[in-house]
Design a protein around this ligand. Structure first.
Ligand code: PMT
Length: 219
């Protein structure tokens, strides 16, 4: 019997990778499966929240009357969708692995194989989470940090720079954490605390994250 602790709340969740087109058949992407974000969406919905799940390309599907699933491809599309909803949400959690750069131009035709090397110019994508931080008013804003080294330091820097209430750190140094796997190992970092969690299923990690958010916003 689940208590609907988030009834009346709206939660925005970003999930999955983004694909940045190079030409009609190729893209720059990453290994995110969407599992972490979809687990968060499912758990928030179970708790009675209205969930807006904005996901990059993922093989996962979810059918739940509390969840509106919006599928996008590129980081620019994700950006646009996020800010269609951001003002109206109570909680936003950014678990998507958004590409930091995209090809400057998308070739109209499939790029032909010719020289032994080729040069692809990339330009920086807008930072969705940083923009959410800049526009933050009543929202409780949670980011993720995927790190390979200097983990806590880098995560704390993102917490401050992006004006977040909390950041969920996962490290590729930890076996069982990160992309594709069914498990994750996280730390939740705020300005004043670091909560350390053990390795567990992404579904259980989603519970820990939402328990934490509830402990901050429900009085
Ligand atoms: O999908 P899975 O296979 O289950 O894997 C889950 C995960 C490893 C992708 C997830 O747990 C995770 O760590 N997500 C964040 C990955 C990431 O891109 O981290 P980052 O440290 O590069 O980015 C920091 C934060 O800024 C993230 O919240 C990211 O969503 C956000 N960001 C980054 C760049 C950008 N242009 N816009 C953003 O919003």
């Amino acid at each position: 019997d689940i208590k609907e602790t988030l009834a009346g709340k709206t939660v925005l969740i970003t999930a999955g990778p983004t694909y940045e087109a190079i030409d009609p058949v190729r893209f720059i992407g990453n290994h995110s499966s969407g599992k972490m974000g979809f687990s968060l969406a499912e758990e928030a919905a179970k708790r009675g929240a209205k969930v807006i799940l904005i996901s990059g390309p993922s093989a996962l599907n979810i059918e739940n009357e509390n969840i509106t699933l919006i599928r996008v491809t590129s980081s620019k599309e994700m950006f646009t969708k996020v800010f269609e909803f951001y003002e109206t949400v109570d909680i936003a959690i950014a678990s998507a692995a958004v590409a930091d750069y995209a090809p400057k131009e998308i070739a109209a035709q499939k790029i032909k194989k010719s020289d032994n090397s080729m040069f692809l110019e990339l330009v920086k994508n807008p930072d969705i989470l940083k923009t959410m931080g800049e526009k933050k008013s009543h929202q409780f804003l949670v980011g993720f940090a995927l790190e390979t080294n200097n983990e806590e330091e880098n995560a704390k820097e993102k917490l401050t720079k992006k004006n977040l209430d909390a950041i969920v750190l996962n490290s590729l140094q930890d076996e069982g954490a990160g992309f594709k796997k069914d498990t994750n190992q996280i730390k939740i970092i705020t300005k004043s605390e670091i909560l350390d969690f053990t390795l567990k299923s992404k579904k259980a990690v989603a519970k820990d994250i939402l328990d934490f958010v509830e402990s901050k916003i429900l009085k």
